[in-house]
Design a protein around this ligand. Structure first.
Ligand SMILES: *Cc1c(COP(=O)(O)O)cnc(C)c1O
Length: 363
C-alpha cells in the first residue's frame, strides 16, 4: 500500500449543491402537464431537506402562488423567506386555536381536518380556510360519515379549497386511484362549490381527470417520483460533493474499511472522500453504490463510515488531476433509494445535516 500526493483541494467538508434553476424547470414541467390547474409547491420538511427559504423564493419567482407546508413553524419560516404577504401558504397538520397568532401574523391558511378543528377555527376565523377530506388513506381529513355535520359547520366560513390525498398515485395500475377519485367527486359534490385539489406528483402524472383546480407536487419539483421503476420526467436537482482527502494504491489481497469487507483482487487506486452516513449517504450503499467523477462511475469500496467513504478511482487519475470532485446522488438518486430499500423522499430529507449548502441560481 502506498499513499499518493493528494490533489490540491483545501476544502475538507462535503457540499450539498442544490440547483434552484433545475427546481424551477421541474415546476414549469409540472405546469405544462396541467395546463388547466394551478401548480402549487409543497415545501414541507424544509423543502424535502433542500432548504425551504431558497426553494420557495425561487419558485415564487417562477410564478408559484400557493405553497404547502406540514407545520405552522414551517409556514412561518416560508413566509419570512418570501417576504411577500401574497402567496398563499397552507398548513397540512391541522388547526389549533393556540396557533392563531402565528396564522394571523404570517398569513397562513388553515386546513381543517376534523370537526374539533373546524369548531376552534369558527370561534375566531383567521381568514379563508381549506377542508381536507379523507377518500381512502385514513390519515388526515374528514371521513364520509362527517360530511353532513361539516355542511353546518361551514356556514359563514370562507372555504377556498377542498383537498384530499392519494394513497397509490405512483402506481397507475392501482384500482385505489379510481376508487379515491370517485369518492372525491361524490363528497365534493355534496359540499359548497370551491377550488378542488387531489393530485400530488404521482396524481399529476395519472392524467387530467386527477388534476382538478390546484395540484400539490412535492417530489417532482425535487427531481424524482415515488415509482423507482419508472424513468422520472424531472431533472435531478441535488448532488453531494465529497472532497478527496487521501489517495492510495492498494495491492491484490489488501482490504478496505471497517470489517475489512472489501478485498482487492487486483491493484486499485482508492480515494478516501470526506462524506459518510452522517452527511446523508445511506450505509446500505456500502460496497454497492457509486460516486461519479466527471460523470464516470467510481464504485464505493467496503463500508461507508460516519464521516468517510472509500471509492475506487482506478483509471480516473486524469479527471482527478483536472480537479473533478466525486459526487453522490444527482442522476443516481433512484439507485441509492433502491439500494437503501427506501424512496427518494427519505434520502433527500436525510441530506445535509453537515454539508455546506451551495445554491445555484439563487435569486
Ligand atoms: C407530501 C404531500 C404532497 C406532495 O406529495 P409528492 O408525492 O411529494 O408530490 C401532497 N399532498 C399532501 C397532503 C402531502 O402530504
Amino acid at each position: 500500500m502506498s499513499v499518493l500526493a493528494t490533489p490540491s483541494v483545501d476544502n475538507t467538508r462535503s457540499r450539498l449543491v442544490i440547483d434552484l434553476d433545475a427546481i424551477a424547470r421541474n415546476y414549469a414541467a409540472l405546469q405544462a402537464l396541467t395546463p388547466k390547474a394551478e401548480t402549487s409547491a409543497v415545501v414541507k420538511a424544509n423543502a424535502y431537506g433542500l432548504g425551504a427559504g431558497p426553494v420557495a423564493r425561487r419558485l415564487a419567482k417562477q410564478g408559484a402562488r400557493t405553497f404547502f407546508v406540514a407545520t405552522v413553524e414551517e409556514g412561518a419560516a416560508v413566509r419570512e423567506a418570501l417576504g411577500d404577504p401574497l402567496p398563499d401558504i397552507w398548513v397540512f397538520a391541522g388547526y389549533r386555536a393556540k396557533d392563531r397568532p402565528l396564522y394571523v401574523k404570517h398569513r397562513l391558511g388553515a386546513i381543517l381536518n376534523q370537526p374539533g378543528e373546524t369548531a376552534q377555527f369558527r370561534a375566531a376565523p383567521t381568514g379563508p380556510c381549506a377542508i381536507h377530506i379523507d377518500t381512502g388513506m385514513a390519515r388526515l381529513g374528514y371521513g364520509a360519515g362527517d360530511i353532513s355535520g361539516l355542511l353546518n359547520a361551514l356556514q359563514n366560513l370562507d372555504v377556498s379549497m377542498i383537498m384530499s390525498h392519494l394513497a397509490c398515485s405512483e402506481d397507475a395500475a392501482s384500482t385505489q386511484n379510481l376508487r379515491q377519485l370517485e369518492r372525491f367527486t361524490a363528497l365534493t359534490n355534496a359540499l359548497p362549490e370551491t377550488r378542488l385539489s387531489l393530485a400530488n406528483t404521482g396524481g399529476v402524472l395519472l392524467g387530467e381527470s386527477y388534476q382538478f383546480d390546484v395540484t400539490r407536487p412535492g417530489i417532482g419539483l425535487y427531481g424524482a417520483t415515488a415509482d423507482l421503476d419508472a424513468d422520472t420526467p424531472f431533472e435531478p436537482v441535488v448532488k453531494l460533493e465529497a472532497p478527496i482527502l487521501q489517495l492510495r494504491e492498494i495491492d491484490a489481497g489488501d482490504t478496505v474499511g471497517y470489517g475489512a469487507t472489501y478485498v482487492a483482487h487486483s491493484p486499485r487506486l482508492v480515494a478516501t472522500v470526506g462524506a459518510g452516513y452522517a452527511d446523508g449517504l445511506p450505509r446500505a450503499l456500502s460496497g454497492a453504490g457509486c460516486a461519479r467523477i466527471a460523470g464516470l462511475r467510481a464504485p464505493i469500496l467496503g463500508r461507508i463510515s460516519m464521516d468517510l467513504t472509500t471509492i475506487d478511482v482506478t483509471g480516473l487519475e486524469h479527471e482527478i488531476a483536472q480537479g473533478a470532485v466525486p459526487e453522490f446522488f444527482g442522476p443516481d438518486l433512484y439507485q441509492a433509494a433502491a439500494l437503501d430499500g427506501t424512496l427518494p423522499y427519505e434520502i433527500l430529507t436525510g441530506l445535509g445535516a453537515r454539508a455546506e449548502r451551495i445554491y445555484k441560481g439563487a435569486s
